[in-house]
Ligand binder design. Structure first.
Ligand SMILES: *Cc1c(COP(=O)(O)O)cnc(C)c1O
Length: 387
């Protein structure tokens, strides 16, 4: 099957495994080699083979990953970066100039908020926080003519609020702005924002796409070729690219994304059932719960509800900290989306940098990245830690 057919006709799992690479014509290698090369022999001056001249500008291992990412997000082009934040910084510098304005989630990923507030604001990019689940407040935060990006995460981190991608795309477009969706928490298996009207998808591929907690990476995926051109220029001009070994690991992870995500979702549902009936646990936050305020929107735009679960402890912060320190199968650590389960205290860990701002999270909150171990072991571990 040709590249074009993979992109537009095959099912998700087939694209995740086959798109972006044809077996090597000289050796038949089924998996793209790690092209550990900085430069390429030219056949006469300017005679490039396949367009490769220098590995900041292009590297075949990275090209394979970028092709696969474009296919699974149903975009036209994808760009792979050294980290999610390198992708985000490149995006902002590709599309904005001093004086422009961004609307960002009021519970954005802490690093995204820090990038926009502490790094980009001093260079003249203005921003306003708004809740992702409140279209009217996002509309009110838009400054007509000045707002160039509406930045959405859905579900958000760590409060798992859900934003309506279709509605926010229409709102952004009416105001002459673009809708960016950070799709890290859902992964392209559960949600494809470009098919719902979004203009740009951002990933920290460090999380579900890589999936094995062994590589840091990021990506931008777009459907408009003019935007692609600007991002491609800046990817090369700024240079925050994914190296070939990182690209290879990320591509290997992507191939099993669908089966991993289904098991993450199965296990998260079991954990949610357990937590909702435990006396020490207050609110359980999971978009799959009918009581979750974003449940209906999540059902419309997500295949399933993901592997992230947050919950609050009735006895407050000390209890939350002790639960985080007492689990054994759930490893205490930042990050998410790997095969192994992780537990963390957002207030003291991932979200410590937003303490004292509008983005502060409750002190009694615990966040789980539910892995793909045996669900029985995960529940027994939580039961012990809560007891
Ligand atoms: C981790 C993460 C990022 C940042 O990605 P890095 O790969 O750590 O630079 C951005 N957004 C979300 C939702 C994340 O979880």
């Amino acid at each position: 099957m040709t590249e074009q057919q993979h992109r537009h006709k095959s099912g998700f799992e087939t694209r995740a495994i086959h798109a972006g690479y044809e077996p090597d014509p000289t050796t038949g290698a089924v998996i793209p080699p790690i092209f550990a090369t900085s430069t390429y022999k030219q056949d006469g001056v300017g005679g490039l083979r396949g367009g490769y001249e220098y590995s900041r500008s292009g590297n075949p291992t990275r090209t394979a990953l970028e092709g696969a990412l474009a296919a699974v997000e149903e975009g036209e082009r994808a760009f792979a970066f050294a980290s999610g934040l390198a992708a985000e910084d490149t995006l902002v510098r590709s599309l904005l100039k001093p004086g422009d304005h961004v609307v960002i989630p009021n519970d954005a990923y802490g690093g995204t908020f820090r990038l926009i507030d502490k790094v980009e604001q001093p260079w003249g990019i203005e921003h306003s926080p708004a809740p992702v689940d409140d279209v009217e407040r996002i509309a009110a935060a838009i400054r007509p003519g000045q707002t160039k990006l509406v930045w959405l995460e859905t579900p958000t981190n760590p409060l798992l609020n859900v934003g309506d991608i279709t509605a926010l795309a229409a709102l952004a477009h009416d105001a002459g702005a673009l809708l960016v969706v950070d799709n890290t928490f859902a992964s392209p298996y559960l949600q494809q924002p470009l098919t719902l009207g979004a203009d740009i998808v951002v990933h920290s591929t460090t999380k579900y796409v890589g999936g094995h907690s062994d590589v840091v990476g990021g990506a931008l995926i777009v459907r408009d070729l003019e935007i692609a051109e600007r991002i491609g220029f800046h990817q090369n001009a700024i240079g925050g690219i994914a190296g070939p070994f990182d690209a290879w690991l990320t591509l290997r992870g992507l191939k099993t994304l669908a089966v991993r995500m289904d098991r993450h979702c199965d296990n998260a549902e079991r954990v949610v059932d357990f937590l909702t009936s435990h006396p020490a646990v207050g609110d359980v936050i999971y978009p799959g719960l009918e009581t979750h305020p974003g449940h209906e929107v999540a059902r419309r735009q997500m295949r399933r509800f993901g592997g992230m679960v947050s919950f609050r402890l009735r006895d407050g912060e000390q209890k939350a900290l002790s639960v985080c320190e007492r689990t054994e199968v759930f490893t205490l650590g930042e990050s998410l989306g790997g095969v192994e389960s992780l537990i963390e205290h957002p207030g003291r860990m991932t979200h410590a940098s937003v303490a004292g701002t509008d983005l502060e999270v409750p002190a009694d909150l615990v966040r789980l990245s539910v892995g793909i171990e045996s669900a029985d072991d995960l529940i027994a571990d939580l039961e012990r830690a809560l007891g």
